[in-house]
Design a protein around this ligand. Structure first.
Ligand code: ADP
Ligand code: MG
Length: 240
């Protein structure tokens, strides 16, 4: 589903990604862990073309993301993204937040979009909030709406960039539960997270990124219980 070959990214003279290689299969859940500033968000943003690559290649379903001939808007509409901050439209209701893109971009009728929003709100446990505004919701609820909004475009891949980092601790679990359910349905997911419990339980594979390189990758058991690299061990000793 995703193939990354020798991906590099520079901001001016700063080398943020220094040659990332990885492949992600359909229905795979890959968690990306690593220190702050190591390039995790940049990596994620390169996967859907939010960020240009300086070198190397990203293929999504065989399509080269950074090829100028690629319709990057079309590609991006098939890749859902959820950020640390919920980014809901503040002056729109939950329903309007979820139906906007499917009607505007996908050309769904209002009735079709409403029906889809209804099903997604059931899935994230927020049907009773369908007419609420974002500021009437808790952070955890807003993040669940953000996930529903991304899913309303029926993406083939979901990218999450520290989706629970801005939440009060008591709200982390409800968001992770929605993500776990999505993983169990077979969604292809790349999740940058500091939630090591989630990574261990839900990920098929964990990538440890440090200083713009994949230092080590493996199953959660390999990475957490039998890390091979000193840098991985040092990082894990701080976060576990
Ligand atoms: P992480 O998500 O692992 O914390 P980031 O990918 O956000 O790391 O950032 C990696 C490095 O790239 C940091 O040093 C950050 O300051 C720098 N960086 C990120 N985005 C930009 C940008 N648009 N312009 C300049 N530097 C950036
Ligand atoms: Mg980041």
């Amino acid at each position: 589903m995703i193939r990354v070959k020798g991906l590099t990214k520079q901001f001016g003279t700063l080398e943020v990604l220094r040659g990332i290689d990885c492949s992600i299969q359909a229905s795979e859940v890959v968690c990306v862990i690593g220190p702050s500033g190591s390039g995790k968000s940049t990596f994620l943003r390169c996967l859907n073309g939010l960020e240009d690559a300086s070198g190397g290649q990203v293929l999504v379903g065989g399509v080269s993301v950074h090829d100028p001939r690629t319709d990057v808007d079309a590609l991006r509409s098939e890749i859902g993204m959820v950020f640390q901050r919920f980014n809901l439209f503040p002056h729109k209701t939950v329903l309007e937040n979820i139906t906007l893109a499917p009607t505007k971009v996908r050309g769904l009728s209002a009735a079709q979009a409403h029906s889809r929003a209804h099903d997604l709100l059931v899935k994230v446990g927020l049907l009773d909030k369908i007419d609420a505004y974002p500021n009437q919701l808790s952070g955890g609820q807003q993040q669940r709406v953000a996930i529903a909004r991304a899913l309303a475009m029926q993406p083939r891949i979901m990218l999450f960039d520290e989706p629970t980092s801005a939440l009060d601790p008591e709200m982390v679990g409800e968001v992770l539960a929605v993500m776990q359910a999505l993983a169990e349905e077979g969604m292809t997911m790349v999740v940058v997270t500091h939630e090591m419990g989630f990574a261990r339980q839900v990920a098929d594979r964990v990538l440890f990124i440090d200083e713009g390189l994949v230092v080590e990758a493996g199953t959660p058991a390999d990475l957490f219980d039998r890390p091979q690299e000193e840098r991985t061990r040092r990082f894990l000793s701080k976060v576990l």
